[in-house]
Design a binder for this molecule. Structure first.
Ligand code: GLC
Length: 469
């Protein structure tokens, strides 16, 4: 470990475990989740005392790895239960497949009840799309870790998986196999130009399809749903692999694209104008390296590097093995930009000046090289470690782990860091941010227990019969 480590590793891990313990939320006497942060800086906003689905995933991994599945089971049950109540908001019935972003426990007349946020209370009213996907992944991970196949087979859980698939596979106005979503619907839950077909959601969508195909018991009623899921998975995979992947060969192709092509044989089907390629890309992207672009739509490639989307694409095998190798080679060659002093950069590069004004709506929390706009997030360590191990780059996984361990505990588990190198604790960052601690603990387990990586490989679970072969 680097010389910046202020305590030994055991003390650091213990400090993380203590934070996870302090964060536990109980409901009617049972642990049911964890708060997002134990020292929320913005008491007014209050949302960091809620249990977020995406935040809980790494906490759950830690509990499962420690052989303590109870809180995970309770969490899966509670979230499903609250989401099954049927909500009506803004003059519409919420599709029953929509899953809450977060919940909290409230007391009414001496009785506890769970209060959900489906985006109707969230800052900016952002709708969560990733929750149902993370919930499904967690259900599979729980099953693999505990051997308890009964939970996923419960009728309400089978129904929940069907509802999620049904919602995502619904016929719509779309002409792409990727999922169309609003801004702020995933980890980046503020306006950041993420609307459309962001990579993070496509990787999670692919994972949801795999989990559905593996955990749903085939029946007459769900036969057509499973067939649609299997077909969509195939098309989604090849579309993302071909169109999102960017390396020097592809850059040259885009640079020389013809435009205004009509018809089914067009090469530049999305009518991408070569001049829309930002100047930084061609100098920055080394040979034999590559990554998946952040977003793709009509006339639009978002060339920014989004860490979580790329890492999940590797972890959930939306990326090929060659892609994974070249992505981690990019991490190696561009370590300063993508990892810096405080792993790991959430997006690269930051948007600045007019682009920042237009894209973020002049958001002071998302100023350049801060928060979602090029800030550095310790929680990204666990998908990095998992992806790097899957890609055979244990060296990079260990290097990033050492960097997070060296800083985070000493600085009291900041939510994120600011600056080109991530050298400052984020201006508005919470301290005692729970997923910063669980990310480190989960990474430590991943590095030392190979079976944990296998729990997360959703693609290896898909039944052959469901794919029709
Ligand atoms: C911020 C993050 C979001 C996270 C929440 C709670 O809003 O952007 O991804 O779930 O905080 O930690």
């Amino acid at each position: 470990m680097s010389e910046r480590v202020t305590g030994d590793l055991e003390d650091i891990l213990q400090s993380a475990r203590d934070l996870l313990q302090d964060a536990v939320v109980t409901y009617r006497g049972r642990p049911v989740g964890t708060k997002a942060a134990c020292n929320p800086r913005f008491e007014v906003a209050f949302n960091y005392s809620e249990c977020f689905v995406r935040d809980f995933v790494s906490v759950a991994l830690v509990h499962l790895a420690d052989g303590k599945p109870e809180i995970v089971r309770n969490f899966l049950l509670a979230v499903d239960d609250v989401c099954s109540r049927g909500e009506r908001m803004a003059g519409q019935d919420l599709h029953p497949g929509v899953m809450l972003a977060s919940f909290r426990v409230e007391s009414e007349h001496g009785e506890e009840r769970l209060r959900a946020d489906f985006g109707n209370r969230a800052i900016g009213r952002v709708a969560p799309v990733d929750s149902m996907m993370w919930w499904a992944v967690l259900l599979l991970v729980y099953q693999r870790a505990t051997g308890d196949i009964g939970l996923a087979q419960k009728p309400e859980f089978q129904r929940r998986l069907e509802l999620s698939l049904d919602l995502c596979l619904k016929a719509s106005f779309e002409v792409f196999p990727t999922l169309l979503v609003p801004d702020g619907c995933c980890m980046i839950d503020r306006r950041m130009g993420v609307y459309g077909h962001p990579l993070e959601i496509q990787a999670l969508f692919g994972a949801l399809l795999d989990v559905g195909l593996s955990l749903l018991e085939p029946s007459k009623e769900n036969q057509s749903l499973l067939e649609r899921a299997a077909q969509r998975q195939e098309v989604l995979k090849s579309y993302v692999r071909e169109r999102y992947w960017l390396d020097r060969t592809r850059l040259t192709e885009i640079h020389r694209f013809k435009t205004e092509e009509f018809g089914s044989t067009s090469v530049n089907a999305l009518n991408i104008h070569p001049d829309s390629m930002p100047e930084w890309v061609s100098d920055w992207l080394p040979d034999e390296c590559g990554y998946m672009v952040g977003n793709l739509g009509p006339g639009r490639i978002d060339f920014r590097f989004f860490a979580l989307g790329n890492l999940l694409a590797v972890l959930f095998a939306l990326a090929t093995e060659d892609h994974a190798t070249n992505l981690f080679r990019l991490y190696d060659k561009r370590w300063k930009d993508l990892v810096g002093d405080a792993p790991l950069r959430i997006t690269y590069p930051a948007v600045v000046d007019d682009e920042w004004r237009v894209l973020t709506g002049s958001d002071p929390k998302n100023t350049p090289w801060s928060y979602h706009n090029g800030g550095s997030w310790p929680v990204l360590l666990w998908p990095f470690v998992a992806g790097a191990l899957r890609a055979g780059r244990r060296d990079l996984a260990q290097r990033a782990f050492d960097q997070v361990a060296a800083r985070c505990a000493a600085e009291d588990w900041p939510e994120y860091y600011d600056g080109h190198q991530g050298s400052l604790v984020g201006r508005y960052a919470n301290l005692r941010q729970v997923w910063s601690a669980s990310g480190l603990l989960a990474s430590h387990q991943l590095l030392h227990r190979p079976e944990i990586l296998k729990w997360l490989q959703v693609d290896s679970a898909v039944r052959k019969s469901a794919k029709g072969d």
